[in-house]
Design a protein around this ligand. Structure first.
Ligand code: HEM
Length: 405
């Protein structure tokens, strides 16, 4: 396809979500694809491993929030649609380029130390065991709803100092926000979220706690520059990035193990394979399947295709991780394979800040689940499982299991 044509490839709708890996495989036949996303935006999708890595390192494929907003608003106005997201949640580090990105990221890295993450281990184990207690003795449970979801949201809420009483609100807002298909509901959820975060930040200023939000406020007081708007957006990013993704890593890992009994048996036999099982899940069923969108600040060439300046670009991490040019037999789930170089946490300057926390949570969750329930079984046929519709994420709607004794 040449650059001037209107894309006829609808991407990220429900049919895409259910058939993602086949679609990605077809897309990898070309270096770059023109797509129209389900919310009506024309964009470009990069799917091959080497191209994805190159795109993530290329400063011409930029993140700047103001410019991206302009492009999106123009496209939505052309399609007579309204943007859903509140701009107040936008100017966070994942939506900025250097030098702002460098300044914002430095603050989080300073507050979110390896020691703070490792210090969470006993609490994560306790939350996991409490959740598993509730599954014991039941004939059938939805592992997403009763385990994979509550664990990361409890961890990130406690880490950030979100009160218990607001967690359900929080869950419904983030659901709508990451779903991406309902602009009206998204707009309402954005407003509610901004109000809540403003309150929470005010409270932490007067009642500091032993949490990451307080540490961020302290880092700011140490002389680093952060506007109130940037702070709200940053807290929003940490809260959302910190849970939806990890829910899907846990769910996708259990699904992949139950669907591949030889791999499950190998892991039960040798629990030291657990970190490898988590890495292989990140590669095989990458939770952030398409990365987050970017735009071309200048024209960029991939193979014989030139993406013009001012276009939206998606970098399909989940497609790159199944590229046979990089990973041998890529559609096989193999917990002993060498997964180094997978891009499930991104690549380059926006590499996931929470990767260590996500790995820790997933290892504790999957490890304790398997230990506690030696007869854990799937309670649905794989054909009946549905992938959640989401522009960003790859995760199941439900994962019905029989925990066993
Ligand atoms: C960035 C994936 C968990 C915080 C990213 C990116 C990816 C990603 C792919 C880069 C996106 C891009 O460049 O387009 C994941 C996955 C997770 C996970 C797969 C779990 C399995 C977490 C957690 C936190 C977190 C637990 C925080 C508590 C962030 C932040 C960024 C980010 C703040 C932005 C970094 C920057 O722009 O410099 N994550 N993430 N993530 N992630 Fe995660």
């Amino acid at each position: 396809m040449t650059t001037g044509e209107v894309p006829d490839l609808l991407a990220f709708d429900d049919a895409f979500a259910q058939d993602r890996h086949n679609r990605y495989a077809r897309m990898r036949e070309e270096p770059v694809q023109r797509i129209r996303t389900v919310n009506g935006l024309d964009a470009w999708l990069i799917t091959r491993y080497e191209d994805v890595k190159q795109a993530l390192l290329d400063p011409r494929i930029a993140k700047d929030f103001g410019r991206t907003q302009q492009i999106i608003e123009k496209r939505l106005a052309d399609a007579e649609r309204r943007p859903g997201f509140s701009p107040d949640l936008g100017p966070h580090m994942l939506n900025t380029d250097p030098p702002d990105h460098t300044r914002l990221r430095k603050l989080v890295v300073k507050a979110f130390t390896a020691r703070r993450v490792e210090g969470l281990r006993p609490r994560i184990e306790q939350i996991t065991d409490d959740l598993l207690d509730r599954l014991a003795g039941r004939s059938e449970v939805d592992l997403i709803d009763e385990f994979a979801f509550p664990l990361p949201i409890t961890v990130i809420s406690e880490l950030m100092g979100v009160e218990d009483s607001r967690r359900d609100d929080f869950r419904s807002w983030t659901n709508v926000l990451v779903d991406g298909s309902q602009p009206e509901a998204q707009a309402q959820a954005s407003v509610a979220m901004v109000e809540y975060l403003t309150e929470l930040i005010a409270k932490k200023r007067t009642e500091p706690g032993d949490d990451l939000l307080t540490a961020l406020l302290e880092a700011v007081e140490d002389g680093d520059r952060l506007s109130e708007g940037e702070l709200i957006a940053m807290v929003f990013l940490l809260l959302v990035a910190g849970h939806e993704t990890t829910v899907n890593l846990i769910g996708n890992c259990v699904l992949s193990l139950l669907g591949n009994p030889d791999q499950l048996a190998a892991l039960r036999n040798d629990p030291s394979l657990l970190p490898g099982a988590i890495e292989e899940t990140l590669r095989y069923e990458s939770p952030v399947a398409n990365g987050t969108f970017r735009h071309t600040a200048e024209a960029v060439r991939f193979g014989d295709v030139v993406i013009p300046e001012g276009e939206l670009v998606w970098v399909a991490l989940g497609a790159a991780n199944r590229d046979g040019e990089r990973f041998e037999d890529p559609d096989r789930f193999d917990i002993t394979r060498e997964t180094t170089g997978h891009v499930a946490f991104g690549h380059g300057i926006h590499f996931c800040v929470g990767a260590a926390l996500a790995r820790l949570e997933a290892q504790i969750a999957v490890g304790r689940l398997l230990e506690r329930f030696p007869d854990l079984r799937m309670a649905a046929s794989p054909d009946d499982l549905r992938w959640r519709f989401s522009v960003l994420m790859r995760g199941l709607e439900k994962l019905p299991v029989r925990p066993g004794a």
